[in-house]
Design a protein around this ligand. Structure first.
Ligand SMILES: CSCCC(=O)C(=O)COP(=O)(O)O
Ligand SMILES: [Zn+2]
Length: 217
């Protein structure tokens, strides 16, 4: 379906939902120093042609303005005339949509995701086992283990985007960038938010467990 065939009403709903998520995450200090970016697909998913709304680059994400988002195509190029620049990390969103067919991708920089990404950075993954909130990823087996992939934080974003395919795990809707932040996604904004909140909770638990173990050994 072409972008022009997608109804204005649907586009408005997506922008409103994204703005609400942005305000909520900002209230948790999940966008320090203008960091982070959010996106939501509009219209149906077709790997050959899809569109999404993404945060404009470099904005203070704690503010709500008419210039917070723009629509881009599957290559991350603006599809309407605008002075806004899409997020510098839009190509990572493009690759996640292309490979997963998901409906929303959220990226935040937090203290816990940075600390954990560096602690396990050399292993290339964070092993997490037996914590109840793994169920937020729809994994219900007892004592389940997941491994959250960690990619290097190259300055060149296309070089990061091309590694996404290698590390993608269908059970784990997230990828860490080392010393940078996390990308989490879901079939819609509700699910992407649930996944992101679960990752952040699990990273905080891991961090505190490591401290406790250090204190008692
Ligand atoms: C100031 S944070 C450095 C860039 C970054 O990692 C980020 O998430 C924000 O970039 P954007 O272009 O989306 O504003
Ligand atoms: Zn970032």
């Amino acid at each position: 379906m072409g972008f022009e065939k997608i109804t204005l009403e649907h586009k408005r709903q997506v922008l409103e939902e994204l703005a609400d998520v942005k305000a909520l995450f900002a209230s948790r200090n999940w966008f320090p120093g203008t960091s982070g970016n959010l996106s939501m697909r509009v219209g149906d998913f077709d790997p050959e042609q899809f569109y999404f709304a993404v945060t404009a680059s470099g904005k203070d994400k704690s503010l709500r303005t008419p210039e917070d988002f723009l629509f881009v195509d599957k290559q991350g190029k603006a599809i309407e005339t605008t002075n806004l620049k899409p997020s510098a990390e839009t190509l990572i969103h493009c690759e996640i949509y292309r490979l997963t067919g998901c409906g929303a991708v959220f990226h935040v920089h937090t203290v816990y995701n940075n600390l954990i990404s560096e602690f396990f950075g050399a292993d290339g993954q964070v092993p997490i086992q037996g914590i109840e909130l793994i169920k937020a990823f729809n994994i219900w087996e007892e004592n389940a283990e997941i491994r959250v992939p960690i990619l290097p934080n190259f300055a060149d974003i296309p070089s990061i985007a091309e590694l996404v395919l290698d590390v993608l795990d269908a059970k784990v809707p997230g990828i860490l960038l080392r010393n940078h932040g996390i990308y989490a996604w879901g079939k819609d904004a509700f699910e992407a938010k649930r996944h992101l909140e679960a990752f952040e909770f699990l990273f905080e638990v891991m961090y505190r467990q490591l401290l406790l173990k250090g204190a008692t050994s």
